[in-house]
Design a protein around this ligand. Structure first.
Ligand code: SAM
Length: 250
């Protein structure tokens, strides 16, 4: 079964509002939003999925926004993949970044979601199924992942969560992937606070022929997502982000 974004969002909302009230999720959206905006200590990052409210907020509010952002970015980059490519989604959370790329590029792609959080992986499986994707999930630390050759990689809202050593290791792994002939896409929010690693990655990315962008997209949110947005005092009629895009390096 394959469904479009709006039908998926409806199903997602039904799934999470079965056990929680709209107002409970709204409060959790506000809590997570300030957690993401203020500088986050490792303990904050680790607590992002603690509690039913925060999980629902992530799954039915932040994840659809991430889906839309990645969808717009891959369209703008025309990041189409060769047929039957596998996409590896590092720090996949509920799987929406890899799913958005796959749906745009080739709905028959294999998607492999990697995350260390078991709840997120369950949601990820459900989402892949909703989109009709051939998706599998792996419970692993990004640190322990070796990217197979000819595997496209996406890491959305993940790199900033890694410890410095893991980030450095991942950087080397991503460059190796591009050199082996597969594209790499990194997506992050436009930093409210300075993330020093970004500047280093950006410079190196440009040096080896990659593309660095900041994005602003006007999007029409599904009515109920817009309602949650307003109720939480947020405004995502325009969604923003930045990306590092490295097509396969010859
Ligand atoms: C902000 S969420 C983003 C999720 C998803 N990529 C998205 O765009 O919605 C960051 C994800 O990275 C995962 N993560 C953070 N550090 C990780 C690590 N070292 N290994 C595996 N997963 C990690 C978290 O569990 C979480 O699911």
């Amino acid at each position: 079964m394959s469904i479009d974004f709006l039908a998926w969002f409806d199903a997602l909302e039904r799934r999470h509002l079965e056990t929680l009230k709209f107002s409970e999720v709204r409060r959790a959206v506000q809590a997570l939003s300030s957690l993401y905006v203020e500088r986050r200590e490792q303990a904050d990052i680790d607590s992002a999925f603690s509690g039913a409210g925060k999980r629902a907020a992530f799954a039915m509010y932040f994840a659809p926004l991430h889906f839309l952002l990645v969808r717009e970015i891959v369209q703008a980059l025309d990041a189409r993949l060769p047929q039957n490519t596998t996409i590896m989604d590092l720090g996949c959370g509920t799987g929406v970044a890899g799913a958005a790329w796959a749906v745009y590029s080739d709905p028959h792609s294999n998607v492999v979601g990697i995350d260390r959080n078991l709840w997120a992986l369950q949601e990820c499986k459900w989402n892949y199924k909703q989109f009709g994707l051939r998706g599998t999930v792996r419970n692993a630390d990004v640190d322990a992942v070796r990217i197979p050759s000819a595997t496209a990689v996406i890491a959305a809202f993940t790199v900033n969560e890694l410890r410095a050593g893991s980030r450095e290791r991942l950087f080397t792994e991503l460059i190796r992937t591009a050199r082996s002939g597969a594209p790499v896409l990194v997506v992050e929010p436009i930093a409210r606070r300075v993330a020093s690693w970004w500047d280093e990655w950006m410079n190196e990315w440009r040096r080896i022929g990659g593309r660095v962008d900041e994005w602003r997209f006007r999007v029409e949110l599904p009515e109920r997502l817009a309602l949650m947005d307003r109720a939480a005092g947020l405004d995502h009629r325009e969604i923003t982000g930045r990306s590092l895009w490295l097509p396969a390096i010859a």
